[in-house]
Design a binder for this molecule. Structure first.
Ligand SMILES: Cc1ncc(COP(=O)(O)O)c(C=O)c1O
Length: 395
């Protein structure tokens, strides 16, 4: 499909089927070429110096990464996107792009844990101070802003416990103080939340999850608005953290089916989450699309869908029994795999480790089990969870 101006009016699955690559640009092939490249030749010495040609070196981009980046620009509504070798690299690139020694960074306390490791283990060494804030803070983030606060990092919903954040309120305050706002938008994908339309400057994805979708690729994307793009692009060029050609191609391929996969993830996860709300042995279900969830109103206001990962809190009064009960639950599962990551076609479960939280403290009622609901049949998954709850009860 040519990149007609009407593309924005098409339905999401139409856009996903055709975004990123224009077949007319490459002999009519419906998919872009997978370009493996370090060296790119120049026609003459003068061009070699001026670099006045579209491609100059493999790390700076190829027709394959361009196709993926164009797709993310369309989906996120961004001025520019880059693909990097993992979701974690995508989280850290904006920090490296925007922050200088002596700067202050605000990070939500329900953040993906390795993001916290990066702040403590690397940014601190380079003289950047990080303060963690309550995911429910909203406009009160004003009280944490300092003259040297340069970036507010958000993640909505939060990792493992799924707290929602009032992103527009936070962005308004951050901008009034001259700070940029970044978001880890992995849970929602750009199909269910478009952060740049809600005041965010830089939106990142662990495209490892739903975009790639098959638990076989590590890749991340960083999409920025006009204001933040020059810094992101410059840092990307300096760091040399370019996604590999095959992974970029496979992620673009994954995007073609992401809409239909997400519809299924959403429907199955919601059905299971609703069933678990009334289940003995389950104290609480942490899923933003459930009416009972504290951040539900914000989810309803800003998001247009929910993906396939949520958590349950097992009803275990004695904290000393949390781990044994959680392990009994996990060990009884036959279909759910025990593994990290999510967004693939298969269901996974993990006992969430929330020990690094300082503000968004772990639920008191019992251990938190995170469930990634895959594409299997809901009845089979429910039977598996029933088995696991019975085992936890008996433990
Ligand atoms: C919210 C979130 N962001 C980022 C990442 C990192 O992605 P990757 O595994 O591709 O490094 C993950 C991985 O689990 C994640 O859950």
């Amino acid at each position: 499909m040519s990149k007609s101006t009407s593309a924005a009016t098409h339905g999401v699955n139409t856009r996903l089927a055709h975004t990123g690559h224009d077949p007319k640009s490459f002999h009519g092939f419906v998919n872009p070429p997978v370009v493996h490249a370090s060296t790119v030749l120049f026609p003459d010495a003068a061009t070699m110096v001026s670099r006045d040609q579209k491609y100059t070196y493999g790390t700076h981009g190829t027709p394959t990464t361009d196709a993926l980046n164009a797709a993310f620009n369309e989906l996120e509504g961004s001025a520019g996107s880059v693909a990097v070798p993992s979701g974690l690299a995508a989280v850290t690139l904006p920090f490296l792009a925007v922050l200088n020694a002596g700067d202050h960074l605000l990070v939500v306390d329900s953040v993906y844990s390795p993001t916290r490791n990066f702040c403590a283990g690397m940014l601190a060494r380079f003289g950047v101070e990080t303060t963690y804030y309550d995911p429910l803070i909203g406009a009160d983030i004003e009280s944490l802003m300092r003259p040297n606060t340069k970036l507010v990092h958000t993640e909505a919903p939060g990792s493992n416990t799924f707290e929602m954040q009032d992103i527009p309120a936070i962005a308004e305050v951050a901008h009034a103080h001259g700070a940029l706002v970044s978001i880890d938008n992995t849970w929602a994908t750009p199909l269910f939340f478009r952060p740049l339309e809600h005041g965010v400057d830089i939106s990142i994805h662990a495209a490892t999850k739903y975009p790639a979708g098959h638990s076989d690729i590590l890749i991340g994307t960083v999409s920025a608005n006009k204001q933040a793009w020059p810094a992101v692009h410059k840092a990307f060029g300096m760091l040399g953290i370019c996604a590999a050609p095959d992974d970029s191609y496979m992620t673009l391929r994954g995007l073609r089916t992401m809409g239909v996969r997400l519809a299924r993830h959403q429907e199955s996860a919601l059905a299971i989450a609703r069933a678990l709300e009334d289940m003995p042995g389950v104290a609480r279900v942490l899923h933003p699309a459930l009416e009972s969830f504290p951040g539900h109103d914000i989810w309803k206001r800003d998001f247009c869908g929910s993906s396939g990962i949520f958590s349950i809190v097992l009803d275990v009064a004695d904290p000393a029994r949390h781990q044994a009960k959680a392990h009994a639950f996990l060990n009884a599962l036959e279909i759910f795999g025990l593994g990290y990551s999510w967004g693939g076609y298969e269901s996974l479960a993990v006992h969430a480790n929330l020990s690094d939280r300082t503000i968004a403290l772990p639920p008191k009622e019992g251990p938190v089990i995170r469930l990634q609901i895959g594409l299997e049949d809901v009845a089979d998954l429910m039977a598996d969870i029933d088995r696991a709850l019975a085992a936890a009860k008996a433990a």
